[in-house]
Design a protein around this ligand. Structure first.
Ligand code: DQA
Length: 149
């Protein structure tokens, strides 16, 4: 069985492509889901790709990943900067987590410089647009296939 990676997207990312394209690019969330699926296939991974505007729903998905998934790739959107609950859920699920942001949050407003997730993630990628998701998947591919070797 292939390692299963849960790819989670937080609030407003359903508007990708239409929302602030100078910040987040022109690709839609559906385009991103498709390119992640293609990368995952090449890397020998399975993925579930999801987005929600409801914090509790995201937390439920993280809980359900415990013991079922091999890792979590998460772009928590604005909840990155506000949610201790998402951080606690990620710790509780006991899975390797990679935090991804499309934009370089460190080049933006000071309130985006704080992340409640970064210190519990194995790594953080920001500013590389949608390439960041594929790079994170590539890391998971190496991690799990090295483990299996
Ligand atoms: C984001 C950065 C966050 O600060 C912002 O609230 C988002 C998107 C990114 O991908 O660059 O919604 O996570």
């Amino acid at each position: 069985m292939k390692p299963l990676i849960l790819v989670l997207n937080g609030p407003n990312l359903n508007l990708l492509g239409a929302r602030e394209p100078t910040q987040y690019g022109h690709e839609t969330l559906a385009d991103l889901a498709q390119s992640c699926a293609a990368s995952a296939q090449q890397l020998g991974l399975d993925i579930e790709f999801r987005q929600t505007n409801h914090e509790g729903e995201l937390i439920d998905w993280i809980h359900a990943a415990r013991g079922r998934c091999s890792g979590i790739l998460i772009n928590p959107g604005a909840w990155t900067h506000t949610s201790v609950a998402i951080r606690d859920a990620l710790v509780a699920c006991e899975l390797p987590v990679i935090e991804v942001h499309l934009s370089n949050v460190h080049k933006r407003e000071p309130f985006r410089h704080l992340s409640f997730v970064s210190s519990i993630a194995i790594g953080v990628i920001c500013g590389l647009g949608t390439q960041g998701y594929r790079s994170a998947l590539s890391y998971f591919g190496q991690l799990f296939h090295e483990d299996a070797a």
